[in-house]
Design a protein around this ligand. Structure first.
Ligand code: FRU
Length: 550
């Protein structure tokens, strides 16, 4: 029977376990699809392999929530029924039309294994959960054209309307090694025509799961087309990470020009520098914000995956907006998750000397917690020189060379989370500050190399540079870390740098897990404030009652 090893998440969304005859059937990654807000209800659809499905017959599972915290699981909303999706219902998006009707566009795998785009409409708009979806007979609405690779033509975005009243959307594809965001237009959401050039492309391989939306420097999202910048995000099939650019989008000519400083591909900006893929945003018209959903894979061995009975979790929904300096996006967990906060521990003005650490004790369980900390470096003059060889190199390489246990000048300092009593299991989330000429370089890392005694685990170190002027900030830097059994999801510098990591401790489980602050640098670090909250579990219930409409 399935083993519950105490690592299942409490408030990061994941579907119920899925077992038949001792076999885990849910091995399809649960990528978020069609996320939307409609009349008081948030909808999350996701890729799923349901009970009884033939392998590969992917459906859209469905869950609804009124607060993005507690979820009601519903029967699958979209599943193979017709020639245009007989081999699977792959990723896609929802668009709420001006008359208030939501429409889903998704990729169907047709009888010839071509990727085609289909629409589906709610069967009964008076059902608040929109359980049933109808696929018109005129599907597919977009089929791959003559020059298009029919096995790499998928994941339509949410559509938007231009000044000419036409709808637009983008589909991910590739042309040899070139990833493309193909633009399509339609007057009626039924007949779609390709634009004669792609919205954007990059020399990166296939672009999966594109997303395109307006942002401003205010967390209050711009509706429709009113942003100061447009963001284009893509997921790279080849490397399994995502990057984004943003820039000017001219609605009249459908031209998108990313800001000059931004790179496409491996050197591009990322929502998350850890385990995060196939993400999707939606405009939350009720709370006037843009919300980002992303999926985090298991980094366990395949055998353990099967034993556990789940395949990936959703990151917490994050608000996303443009930083005030216009140089990057910023993300922050939606405020609703704070409703799960319970008992809490507070630390103020505590100095951590070189090589010291202390336990943040008093939480009933530090395995399910929300930690907000603010650190202040006493002496930035102790920062080590930044090796010129690292310039332009990726942060991950620097962090691999200078991990949590490599003594430094300023840092490594930060948190040991999911730590065992003897601390021989622990995951370090930390900062390290270097001096590069007259400037400081701040590195944020997630080092799981000590996270588990289990062998056979994939334990990559994740890292990114944090775009802050720490000297000007008086040596201060903030860190928030959401701990959820096997999830460590961190937000550095108020959401400028995010890193989600999956770890699988064997001892630091449940009420055995502990939380510490550590400093392996020469400079003292002051914990100016630290609040650690226990987190209650989200309520995930199931509603499989048949809809009343027939
Ligand atoms: C990654 C992806 C999508 C596709 C889906 C199939 O998200 O490969 O491109 O639509 O998964 O499950």
């Amino acid at each position: 029977s399935p083993v519950d090893d105490g690592l299942r998440t409490g408030y990061h969304f994941q579907p119920p376990k899925h077992w038949i005859n001792g076999k885990n059937l849910m091995r399809v990654p649960t990528y978020p699809n069609g996320v939307m807000y409609y009349k008081g209800v948030y909808h999350l659809f996701y890729q799923y392999n349901p009970q009884g499905a033939v392998w590969g017959n992917i459906v859209w599972a469905h869950a609804v929530s009124t607060d993005l915290v507690d979820w009601v699981m519903l029967p699958p909303a979209i599943y193979p029924t017709a020639p245009f999706d007989v081999n699977g219902c792959w990723s896609g998006s929802a668009t709420v039309l001006p008359d208030g009707t939501p429409v889903i566009m998704y990729t169907g795998i047709d009888g010839q294994n071509r990727q085609v785009q289909n629409v589906a409409y709610p069967k009964d708009l008076s059902d608040p959960y929109l359980r049933e979806w109808v696929k018109p007979d005129y599907n597919p609405v977009i089929a791959p054209g003559p020059g298009t690779n029919a096995t790499a033509f998928r994941d339509p975005t949410t559509a938007w309307q231009g000044p000419d009243g036409l709808w637009r959307l983008v589909i991910g594809t590739k042309d040899n090694h070139r990833g493309l965001a193909m633009l399509y237009r339609s007057r009626d959401f039924k007949q779609w025509a390709p634009a004669n050039r792609a919205l954007h492309s990059g020399d990166t391989g296939m672009w999966e799961c594109p997303d395109f939306y307006p942002v401003t420097t205010s967390p209050a999202a711009a509706g429709g087309g009113g942003g100061t910048k447009h963001v284009l995000k893509v997921s790279l099939d080849l490397t399994r990470f995502e990057y984004y650019t943003f820039g000017e989008y001219d609605h009249a000519t459908d031209t998108y020009v990313p800001d000059a400083a931004l790179a496409d591909g491996n050197d591009g900006l990322r929502y998350d520098y850890g385990n995060f893929y196939a993400s999707k945003t939606f405009l939350d018209t009720a709370k006037r914000r843009r919300v980002l959903w992303g999926w985090a894979n298991e980094s366990d061995s395949a055998a353990a995956d099967i034993r556990k009975g789940w395949a990936g979790v959703q990151a917490v929904p994050r608000k996303v907006w443009l930083s005030s300096d216009g140089k990057q996006l910023v993300q922050w967990p939606v405020a609703e998750i704070e409703s799960l906060r319970g008992g809490h521990v507070n630390v103020t003005g505590r100095i951590v000397g070189a090589g010291q650490h202390f336990e943040v004790a008093g939480l009933a369980s530090a395995a399910q917690a929300d930690v907000e900390a603010s650190f202040q470096v006493a002496d930035l003059g102790k920062a080590e020189p930044f090796d010129p060889a690292w310039r332009g190199a990726d942060a991950q390489a620097v962090c691999a060379a200078r991990g949590a246990d490599a003594r430094g000048g300023v840092g490594p300092f930060g948190l040991w989370v999911l730590a065992s009593d003897d601390r021989d299991e622990r995951t370090a989330v930390f900062f390290r500050v270097f001096k590069d000429g007259g400037k400081h370089v701040v590195l944020m890392c997630n080092d799981p190399s000590m996270s588990s005694h289990a062998d056979d685990l994939y334990k990559p170190t994740f890292a990114a540079f944090v775009d802050v002027d720490i000297a000007q900030a008086g040596g201060k830097i903030a860190l928030r870390t959401l701990i959820d059994h096997s999830v460590v999801e961190s937000f550095g510098a108020h959401g400028k740098t995010c890193i989600l990591s999956r770890v699988y401790p064997t001892k630091a489980v449940g009420d055995k897990a502990r939380l510490f602050v550590f400093n392996n640098g020469e400079s003292n670090i002051k914990v100016t404030h630290l609040n650690a909250y226990e987190m209650r579990s989200a309520k995930i219930t199931s509603d499989t009652t048949e809809p009343t409409s027939r």
